[in-house]
Design a protein around this ligand. Sequence first.
Ligand code: ADP
Length: 527
Amino acid sequence: MLRDSEGCPSGSPLECFKGSAYRNGMPVAAIKPFILALDQGTTSSRAIVFGGDGRIVATSQQEFEQIFPQHGWVEHDAAEIWRTQLGTARDVLKQAELHAEDIAAIAITNQRETVVVWDRETGTPIANAIVWQDRRTADQTDALKTDQASRLIRERTGLLPDPYFSASKIRWLLDHVDGARDAARAGRLACGTIDSWLLYNLTGGARHATDVSNASRTMLFDIHRLAWDDELLDLFDIPRTMLPEVVPSSSIAGHAIADILGKETPIAGIVGDQQAALFGQLCVSPGMIKSTYGTGCFMLVNTGAEAIESRSDLLTTIAWQIEGQPVQYALEGSVFIGGAAIQWLRDGLGIIDSAPAVNELGASVDDCGGVCVVPAFVGLGAPHWDPSARGSIHGITRGTTAAHIARATLEGIAFQVADVMDAMASDMGVSIAGFRVDGGAAASDLLMQIQADLAGIECHRPEITETTALGAAYLAGLAIGIWPEMESLTATEQQYRVFRPTTDKPTREARRTQWRRAVERSKHWVE
Ligand code: ADP
């Protein structure tokens, strides 16, 4: 049972719980009801309990194995994903001293595009999950780079033919796992992204569904008609019977069985991780942008009820859908190497001993001394899309030091983000004044200031950067009425620290011109 505590705002319509919620390191009264957000990421499963005021009550995290069977292949053991996710869910309740009856709803957010195929009878995966980073189907998607197939994919799904998305991975499993195609034709197999897999397990096999945001990353979903597309299913030779039902992101998609937490609990929010961060940052009006600085950088701009087709090779994607309301769309630009470039300074070059140490080293010089680092380690994503580009360092002289390289690496991350911002501004036909940031590397004040200076745009960093889990929790809370409508979410809005541009336009333009030259020299490097 929840305990009322002293310290609740007087006259608050919500009950308070004196638990282990913290703000600025100080314990505070968290407000019930609570939402359990499951944040299933690429390297770890996390569970976070949020109070009804949007504050974090407790967090639990478990890493799991990354499996690399061959060069360019990346797999996860789907059973381990489920085990670690369930483990963190139970652990976080224990930490928060809460019981199942205290949890009003479960929310799911997840690594996108990664696919699991499992047997409907036994609930057992037929193979490891193929992860979004996996490139094994590059030949399959290269064959789709004809005008006709590209146009079909672009028009229906808003995506480009690339192994990144789910469709070619599902086909690969059907083609390579013994007996899989026959079993699929006979209706014995189910497939889905990680959200579907978690939902299926949480509901004891009762529900096979996904939300519109995850469906929009499969390359099989018509984002305008909101339905699986038969022509695309034919193109990838995937039987329709394998696919999950598609539900709104904010709706009751099913109930977790009592075995999971101790009592049946509604699962009221499902949303892909980048879209969740957009919602968690409350970028809920057209034109609002968030940029996540994790391993890679992911920028999304809300385009409202309109699916804008990009002229700059950004992706059109579904942002979310709240039950009973029109679907909301976004334009997305992904930069493959963001914080990973900082890890390379640490692990590859050995010039820093931890990621945060880049800030001191980079700040020890006033500028990059003419050095430009293009972190195209795995090719270039949006808006360049050149898989054959590779990383490069330009402008080295006898005077170049590790500090210049460190600073130029931070600039390389910021330049890539600025390129995507330009593409977004051009697609939207507006100039961008500011955007919201999150992710591990957004903790760097130096990177954020460099970003503002090179893009000429304000960066707004929230106090809590756990925006992915928060976004999913918000969507679940809307579905069950914790927050009666969107406006009530803004009451939970956080404080932002603003990084303002300090450079003038000519300086900025000169730096961008140099960067463009460096990018051109990095392109078409490998055959
Ligand atoms: P992901 O979710 O992709 O695993 P995170 O959002 O956890 O990534 O961010 C991790 C990245 O952030 C790492 O690549 C690391 O280099 C970078 N990072 C973490 N802390 C800092 C810091 N204080 N300064 C600069 N970069 C940082």
